[in-house]
Write a protein that binds this ligand. Structure first.
Ligand SMILES: [Zn+2]
Length: 580
């Protein structure tokens, strides 16, 4: 019954004014569901009063969230990460909300019968932002964790849209930030002092924020006052961190706000459990060839290999690896993070120059000799994904010392069952055997060999939670239009480094029926071919020969060659959707 007028009001500018409700019904609450993307409202039986303005406000808040996220983080907001919004009505005017990204995602709100319309807008927007962060950033569910005050600060900061009226913090920073509050409770305890011990509160919050908190103070509804005060503190903190992260902006437009926020969230989690120092701006951005981020040749080449694969679609020209055009690395507390975002498709020097450049800054004659050896016989013109297995197999065979790092996330090879289960199962066995053979010969580096996952159909894959690392899809047959479409749709939402099809791409016939789709999230994405191997490596010293044979035509072929192309030692890959 609310449906008709309710959908019309989405464009109504007067929505936010808390004017007299146009229509009122009796119910216990309502659910917002999405039929073919369009929101519609279903009432739940009950006796509380609900005005139409409130239902409209909730939908407005939900629809405001993606643009706010895109603006604050300079990422492209992901598809709606929730399927249901449940609203319960209660007495009074307080609002509560919680969000969960489990399953298809759910938002639960509790609104008072007297809740002002603008508060209904903001609570819905707030919970939607939690879920958008959880689905687009690598911190995942932690962005929904009510125990992590930092996640809430960032959400409040995004909500406030960097409002210039919010108090800012200036050096010397107030006690609230040095060291930063460990929890919401920390902040709430200090808020009690605003009225009772203003001197202490002024020191804790700093003058500008303290003045704002005092302005909000009043004798009326205490709970509402404290809630509003807490929100202002959280919005000020969130804005502070968003603005600090924003200063790391690079000249090529490659904003790195999400990677920094994710790192700070991870730091904050440890800090809130008292096992680490508070998050700070201590991380650093480096250009690929700069020496400061690591002196280990295997790590440096691993990072270069994955960064350069993102440019494999470029036309290769020239031999100068110019500093300003190099990919960047973020390093914080010893952890090396490689942001993988699509870069401008301009001519780039062949990848061999990138591999040489990362070694030039450190003393690594043996690794340099192996790189040159791998690039012989025309391979100096190969793409990064093809040249890297040739280099890596030599590094491994030469037993070059490499850091004994446990990977945070091992790449995943996901077999796709396109409806002929037995073929997918055979392909799975083949890939599993290749990975096992590789693990058996590479010794301590076995932990870096990609994991091979049991075949799943495309629909199941689309609903599975996001894997911690980028996924390589592997099909047991040449591409059908349906396979391609499913792979591309998945790649637009999740980090997918490619879709491999058996034997050939069927002359590209399936491509003619493909609709326009969003760009893949992982810039390394490609539809490619895999071929069965005639033999698997049995000894480490055989590996370079086998890989050279598999890549002799400048393409990856066997499972072993594809697996090596994915291996990266000593880094974490990060994926963030680029803004449009
Ligand atoms: Zn929250």
């Amino acid at each position: 019954m609310l449906r008709g007028p309710f959908q019309m009001r989405l464009e109504e500018p007067s929505l936010r004014s808390a004017g007299p409700p146009a229509a009122e019904v009796r119910c216990g609450g309502f659910r917002v569901v999405f039929d073919e993307g369009e929101p519609s409202v279903r009432l739940v039986p009950g006796e509380r009063r609900l005005s139409q303005a409130i239902t409209a406000a909730v939908v407005q808040g939900l629809s405001d969230a993606p643009a706010l996220l895109a603006e604050a983080l300079r990422v492209h907001a992901p598809a709606r990460p929730y399927d249901v919004v449940e609203v319960t009505l209660a007495p009074g005017e307080l609002t509560h909300g919680e969000a969960s990204s489990l399953g298809t995602g759910c938002i639960r709100l509790s609104l008072g019968e007297q809740t002002p319309v603008e508060h209904a807008v903001s609570i819905a927007r707030h919970e939607a932002l939690h879920l958008l962060l959880a689905s687009s950033l690598r911190g995942g569910e932690r962005w929904n964790d009510p125990e992590l005050a930092f996640a809430d600060w960032i959400v409040r900061g995004i909500e406030s849209g960097r409002d210039s009226r919010l108090p800012r913090f200036h050096a010397p920073l107030p006690q609230l930030l040095e060291p930063v509050a460990r929890s919401r409770l920390d902040v709430q305890q200090q808020l009690a002092a605003v009225a009772s011990a203003p001197g202490a509160a002024r020191k804790y919050f700093g003058e500008p924020l303290f003045a704002e908190l005092q302005r909000l103070d009043s004798q009326s509804d205490r709970a509402a006052v404290e809630q509003r005060q807490l929100w202002v503190v959280e919005a000020a903190l969130g804005t502070h961190y968003l603005e600090t992260a924003g200063r790391l902006h690079l000249e090529d437009g490659d904003g790195l706000i999400p990677i920094v926020l994710d790192d700070w969230l991870a730091d904050y989690e440890e800090y809130s459990r008292a096992v680490a120092n508070p998050p700070s701006g201590a991380g650093n951005l480096w250009r690929l060839s700069e020496s400061g981020w690591s002196r280990d040749p295997v790590v440096r080449l691993s990072v270069a290999a994955q960064a350069l694969q993102a440019d494999d679609h470029c036309h290769f020209r020239g031999d100068r690896f110019t500093h300003a055009a190099e990919p960047v690395i973020w390093k914080n507390r010893g952890r090396i993070r490689l942001p993988l975002r699509a870069r401008e498709a301009r001519p780039r020097p062949p990848p061999i120059h990138g591999f040489r450049a990362v070694l030039r800054e450190v003393e690594a004659p043996q690794a340099m000799a192996l790189v040159e050896q791998a690039a012989r016989a025309g391979a100096h013109l190969f793409e990064a994904r093809v040249l890297w297995p040739r280099i890596l197999s030599r590094l491994l065979a030469a037993n070059l010392p490499a850091p004994a790092t446990q990977p945070m996330a091992v790449p995943l090879v996901q077999l796709v069952d396109s409806g002929h289960g037995s073929a997918a199962q055979r392909a799975f066995e083949e890939w599993k055997a290749a990975a096992a053979a590789l693990r058996a010969v590479v010794g301590a580096h076995a932990v870096h060999v990609p994991r091979i996952a049991e075949p799943q159909d495309a629909a199941t894959l689309a609903d599975m939670p996001r894997a911690p690392a980028s996924v390589q899809l592997v099909h047991a047959s040449p591409p059908s239009a349906a396979d391609l479409l499913a792979a591309r749709q998945l790649a637009a939402r999740r980090p997918v480094r490619g879709a491999l099809f058996r034997d050939h791409l069927d002359g590209g016939r399936a491509y003619e029926r493909l609709p326009d789709l969003d760009a893949p999230l992982d810039p390394r994405y490609r539809d490619d071919v895999w071929l069965s191997a005639s033999r698997l490596p049995e000894r480490l010293e055989d590996l370079p020969g086998l890989v050279d044979e598999a890549t002799k035509d400048g393409r990856l072929t066997t499972p072993v060659s594809h697996l090596l192309a994915m291996i990266a030692i000593g880094l974490e890959e990060c994926h963030y959707p680029r803004p449009r």
